[in-house]
Design a protein around this ligand. Structure first.
Ligand SMILES: C[S@@+](CC[C@H](N)C(=O)[O-])C[C@H]1O[C@@H](n2cnc3c(N)ncnc32)[C@H](O)[C@@H]1O
Length: 225
C-alpha cells in the first residue's frame, strides 16, 4: 500500500503538518513566507496559485489548509474589530477551489463548516484553542466536546483568573511565554512566537489524519478491487 501524501497549504511552521506525519502521511508544506523551521519538504509559494493547479493537487492523497484567520477570529471580534479590515478574508476564495479539485480535504478556519470542533482538553493539552474543521469531499463522525478543567490563565477586563490553560496568542496580561506555548501545545521545533501563536496543536491533525488516512486507504482498496 502506498504511503499517503498530504499537501499542507498555509503551513506556517507546521503544527498541522506534524500531526499528519504522526498519522502516517508524507507531508509537503507551502507558505508565502519562508519557513526554515518547517520540518518536512517545503516550498515558498502563494497557496492560491497552487490551489488553481488541479493536476498538481491530484498528485496528493489529500490537501489540508489553514488560511489566515485574522479577518474572523475571536481576537478581532471584540476590541480589535477595527483591525479585521486590514486582512483579506481568504476562506470564501479557497474553499470552492478545494471542493472543485475533488481531492479529500481539510479546512481549518473560523469560517469553516464545523464538521469537527477540536479543543485542547480532548487531548489533555494546556490550551483550549477551539478550532473548526471542515471535511471536504469526505466525512467522519463528530467527536464529543469534553468539559474543561478550569479557566484560561490571565487578566480579563482587569480581573486575574488562574487556571490550567494558557492563552497562546497576543502578549501581556498573563498570556503564555514561548516555553509555555511550546509545552502547552506540544510544539518543540520552533521558538518563534508568531509561529506558535498561529499553530494548530499537532494532536488535532493527528486525530483528523487518522480518520483521513482510513478514508484514503479505503479508496485505494476499492480502486485495487
Ligand atoms: C494560520 S497560519 C497556519 C498555521 C499552520 N496550519 C500550523 O498549524 O502551524 C497561516 C499561514 O498562512 C500563510 N499565508 C498567508 N497568505 C498566504 C498565501 N497567499 N499563500 C500561502 N501562505 C499564506 C501565513 O504566512 C501563515 O504562515
Amino acid at each position: 500500500m502506498k504511503k499517503p501524501r498530504i499537501l499542507d497549504l498555509f503551513c506556517c511552521a507546521g503544527g498541522a503538518g506534524v500531526g499528519y506525519a504522526r498519522a502516517g502521511f508524507d507531508v509537503v508544506g507551502v507558505d508565502i513566507v519562508d519557513r526554515p523551521r518547517y520540518p518536512f519538504e517545503f516550498f515558498q509559494a502563494d497557496a492560491l496559485e497552487v490551489l488553481r493547479d488541479v493536476s498538481y493537487l491530484r498528485t496528493f492523497s489529500a490537501v489540508h489548509m489553514s488560511p489566515p484567520c485574522q479577518a474572523k477570529c475571536a481576537l478581532t471580534k471584540g476590541t480589535n474589530a477595527k483591525l479585521a479590515s486590514r486582512y483579506v478574508d481568504l476562506y470564501p476564495i479557497v474553499a470552492p477551489l478545494l471542493y472543485a479539485a475533488g481531492v479529500p480535504g481539510v479546512i481549518e478556519n473560523p469560517e469553516a463548516r464545523a464538521d469537527v470542533v477540536l479543543c485542547g482538553e480532548m487531548f489533555g493539552l494546556g490550551v483550549l484553542r477551539h478550532r473548526r474543521v471542515e471535511l471536504v469531499n469526505w466525512s467522519a463522525a463528530k467527536p464529543k466536546h469534553v468539559k474543561h478543567r478550569g479557566r484560561v490563565r490571565g487578566f480579563r477586563h482587569g480581573k486575574w483568573y488562574d487556571g490550567p490553560y494558557v492563552a497562546a496568542y497576543g502578549a501581556g496580561g498573563g498570556k503564555a511565554s514561548v516555553p509555555e506555548m511550546q509545552q502547552a501545545m506540544g510544539i518543540t521545533w520552533t521558538d518563534v512566537r508568531e509561529e506558535l501563536t498561529e499553530a494548530i496543536p499537532p494532536a488535532y491533525t493527528a486525530w483528523v489524519g487518522e480518520r483521513l488516512s482510513a478514508h484514503v486507504v479505503a479508496g485505494q482498496l476499492e480502486e485495487a478491487a
